[in-house]
Design a protein around this ligand. Structure first.
Ligand code: TNX
Length: 493
């Protein structure tokens, strides 16, 4: 096999995503039992980041590295977390400087320090070791795109809090900062809404494939826990209430949401496009207002996703009226709407964001001034099979080998879109065929690392060089217990 670099674990720049600038020398910093993590006084957020670093180090060193705010400037022999540097580089930029004497992690904002810590983790040995050394490096790093996300469909199959928190940990390690949760669909309603309790009493009980043990939902308390956990990993949760199609679970819960005024049976199949809210009824908008009011109160960040895809049972004119009105409800609760590309066919309010998945609606959205999130199904739909033998997953958009998820350039992807139109990238995982956390991991990894790099690293990376770096992440993913797909296109270490 072709190997352009000779590499040795400690001295090869094996980081994913690749940093903006990276220099390396032959020295190394060795962690000793006396090494401390120094943090500034009176800064609880940085203290939490220091504690996270200490926990990561403990896994590798086998002992606890102390976090201390005594003499925070005494760098020698220690690792120092410092707020400083150029705030003009944005909230997520950081510097990491490792010499034989000390380690300095510096950023203008805590998010940057969190990312410096993630980079540092990838410079540690993959597995526990008696001597732990880090290569001497000087890194300056700033993300290319603002929106670097993953989406998890918890409607087709439900996943509990522990699974979602693990997913957050895993995506955050690769510097992703958004987790979009697809909270409602034909097969299930997954978030407690106190003013409409049957949504979860009825709509929360089902999922694809059915069975009495099926379904589930997050109580508001659990949902808050997810949001807070994500926040501690600098991940924004983007909740989606998919409308006006993909709504059978809500329609089955409340007869008054149906134009027939009769509730349909719950649905546990995988067809799409058959359901629609009753567009010409005020009850529908009262319902959405209540849902968004409660959801907005659980959401400290700006975005609420209103769906808008595959509304095949909603007449076009109704669809346009509905999308306009739903955005107004979102704005009335102080939030910004995100919707699937099709929403571009309706009038968009200022600030609304469109998410491209197929070639539909996004040009109209762009022409109305909307920013675009790229989730092209042919490139980064994580539910697509890798090859025909992949045991789970779908193939309607494409087969997506690891190379194809990485080897494309966002700003060239669609003629009509330029860099400035693109807010970022998001890799969705739809779960019609995904039943367990192991299944989630198998389809997500390693493709997500490639998406994370496309979203973070400077334009113009090469697959040949990336695949060498990716190979070094095999043992790292193993150490994190990730059930990843050992793609034959990569010479895994
Ligand atoms: C299309 S992507 C859908 C989903 C399916 C997915 C399966 C999108 C906005 N709609 O309802 O789960 O394909 O790949």
């Amino acid at each position: 096999m072709h190997k352009p670099h000779s590499r040795s674990a400690a001295y090869y720049p094996c980081l994913i995503p690749k940093p903006t600038s990276f220099l390396q020398s032959a020295e190394a910093f060795t962690i000793l039992p006396s090494t401390k993590i120094l943090i500034p006084k009176d800064h609880p957020e940085v203290t939490s980041i220091g504690d996270l670093l200490s926990a990561y180090l403990q896994e590798i060193c086998g002992y606890k590295v102390l976090v201390s705010d005594d003499n925070p400037d005494q760098g020698a022999g220690n690792m120092q977390l410092t707020l400083g540097g150029d705030p003009g580089l944005g909230e997520e930029a950081y510097e990491l400087s490792i010499t034989a004497d000390s380690i300095l992690l510096r950023a203008a904002y805590p998010a940057g320090l969190f990312y410096a810590v993630q980079t540092l983790r990838q410079l540690l040995p993959a597995h526990p070791s008696t001597t732990v050394s880090l290569p001497a490096v000087s890194i300056r790093d700033t993300p290319r795109f603002h929106w670097r996300g993953a989406m998890l469909d918890v409607a087709r199959h439900f996943f509990g809090v522990a699974d979602v928190e693990r997913y957050i940990d895993l995506i955050a390690h690769y510097k992703m900062n958004r987790l979009h949760l697809h909270l409602s669909d034909d097969q299930g309603w997954r978030i407690e809404i106190k003013s409409w309790p049957r949504l979860t009493e009825v709509g929360g009980r089902t999922q694809v494939g059915g069975g009495l043990a099926g379904g589930g939902y997050y109580t508001q308390a659990q949902y808050k826990e997810i949001v807070a956990y994500a926040r501690s990993r600098y991940v924004v949760i983007v909740p989606e209430i998919d409308t006006p199609g993909h709504t059978n679970a809500a329609l089955a819960s409340y007869a008054e949401l149906n134009s027939s005024e009769e509730a349909p049976a719950p649905y546990e199949g995988t067809e799409v496009g058959f359901s629609t809210l009753w567009i010409n009824s005020e009850i529908t908008y009262q319902f959405l207002d209540d849902v968004i009011r409660e959801l907005a109160a659980l959401t400290p960040t700006p975005y609420i996703h209103i769906g808008g895809d595959e509304a095949r049972s909603t007449p076009d004119e109704d669809y346009r009226r509905f999308i306009k009105r739903f955005q107004e409800i979102v704005v009335a609760h102080g939030k910004t709407s995100v919707g699937w590309g099709e929403i571009g066919e309706a009038e968009l309010l200022p600030g609304t964001i469109a998410q491209l998945w197929i070639d539909k609606g996004y040009k109209e959205a762009k022409n109305q001034g909307a920013k675009i999130i790229l989730s092209p199904a042919t490139k980064i739909y994580l539910d697509m099979k890798y090859d025909p033998s992949t045991p789970i997953g779908l193939d309607w958009a494409a087969l997506i080998p690891v190379k194809d998820a990485y080897d494309w350039e966002p700003s060239y992807f669609m003629d009509a879109l330029e860099e400035a139109d693109i807010l970022g990238l998001e890799a969705p995982l739809w779960t019609e065929t995904v039943l367990t956390m192991k299944d989630i991991e198998y389809l997500t990894f390693p493709r997500l690392l490639g998406v994370a790099e496309l979203a973070w690293s400077p334009k113009g990376q090469s697959w040949e060089e990336y695949r060498e770096r990716l190979a070094t992440h095999g043992p790292r993913m193993e150490a994190m217990g990730i059930n990843f797909y050992k793609s034959p296109g990569v010479d895994w270490e």
